[in-house]
Design a binder for this molecule. Structure first.
Ligand SMILES: O=C(O)C[C@H]1NC(=O)NC1=O
Length: 232
C-alpha cells in the first residue's frame, strides 16, 4: 500500500520530520511517499499562505493518483484544499486537523488545541465548527511561535508549546491536547511525558485513519460533491 503524505509548505526539513513521524507508525507493507509544496510559502500562517499552498498540493495529489496511491494525508493544520484534493483522489484524503480533533473526541470529553501563532487560532476555531467538534474543543491556544521556529534547535519553541499545554490543562478543564501544527509531530511523546495527558498529533493519526480506511477498501465518494472536476 502506498500513502501520499504532503507537507503543503515549501520547507523540506519539515517534510522530512513529518515523514519520519509517519514512517515510525506505518503498518507493514505501507510505503509513505512524502512530498513538499515546492513554490508554496515556506510556512503556512493564515489564510493567504493557505490559499497559496493549494496549487502545489493539488499537483502532488494528481501525481499520486497517477501513481496509484491508496490515500492522501494533507499534513498542515489548516487542512488546506481538502475538498479539492478529494475531487482529484479516489482513496481517502484526510487533513491532520480533522484527524486529530476527531480522534480527541474519541479519547476524552474535552480537548484544547495548541498551535503556533495567534493568527492561526480563528482558522482552527472555524475548522472545529466545520467538523462539528467545537462543543468539545475547550479552547484553541497559541504558543506565540512562528512555524519555522519549530525547525530551529535551541529556539525555545518546544518549551513554549509545553508551557502552553500546561496552561491549557490548568485553565481550560480539558482532558486531552491536540497539537495544532504538523511541525510539532516530533514532539508528541516528549510532550505527553512532560504533561501527563494524551497529546494527539494529527500526522500519525491521519496516517492510521487513511491506512485503516484503505485497508477495508473505503475511498472518497465520487457520486456528487467529490466527483472529478467537470471538464470545461
Ligand atoms: O498554521 C499553523 O501554524 C500550522 C500549519 N502551518 C504550516 O506551515 N504547517 C502547519 O501545520
Amino acid at each position: 500500500m502506498k500513502i501520499l503524505l504532503v507537507n503543503p509548505n515549501a520547507t523540506a526539513s519539515m517534510t522530512d520530520k513529518i515523514a519520519a513521524s509517519a514512517r515510525r507508525v506505518a503498518g507493514p507493507g505501507v510505503e509513505i511517499i512524502a512530498r513538499t509544496g515546492e513554490g508554496s510559502p515556506a510556512s503556512i500562517e493564515g489564510h493567504y499562505d493557505e490559499a497559496m499552498s493549494v496549487p502545489a498540493l493539488l499537483r502532488h495529489v494528481r501525481e499520486g493518483e497517477q501513481e496509484g496511491v491508496a490515500g492522501v494525508v494533507v499534513a498542515c493544520f489548516d487542512d488546506p484544499g481538502i475538498g479539492a484534493c478529494r475531487e482529484l483522489a479516489t482513496g481517502p484524503v484526510i487533513g491532520i486537523a480533522e484527524a486529530a480533533m476527531k480522534a480527541a473526541t474519541m479519547l476524552a470529553t474535552s480537548f484544547s488545541v495548541v498551535t503556533t501563532l495567534p493568527r492561526s487560532v480563528p482558522v482552527i476555531e472555524e475548522l472545529a465548527r466545520r467538523y462539528g467538534v467545537d462543543h468539545q474543543c475547550r479552547k484553541v491556544r497559541s504558543a506565540s511561535i512562528p512555524v519555522l521556529a519549530l525547525e530551529e534547535e535551541g529556539s525555545g519553541a518546544r518549551e513554549k508549546v509545553r508551557d502552553e499545554i500546561l496552561r491549557a490543562i490548568r485553565e481550560d478543564n480539558c482532558e486531552a491536547i491536540v497539537l495544532g501544527c504538523a511541525g510539532m509531530a516530533d514532539l508528541t511523546d516528549w510532550l505527553s511525558r512532560e504533561t501527563g495527558v494524551p497529546v494527539i498529533d494529527g500526522v500519525t493519526v491521519a496516517l492510521k485513519f487513511v491506512e485503516g480506511l484503505a485497508a477495508v477498501s473505503l475511498g472518497t465518494s465520487k457520486i456528487c460533491a467529490y466527483a472529478q472536476p467537470n471538464q470545461k
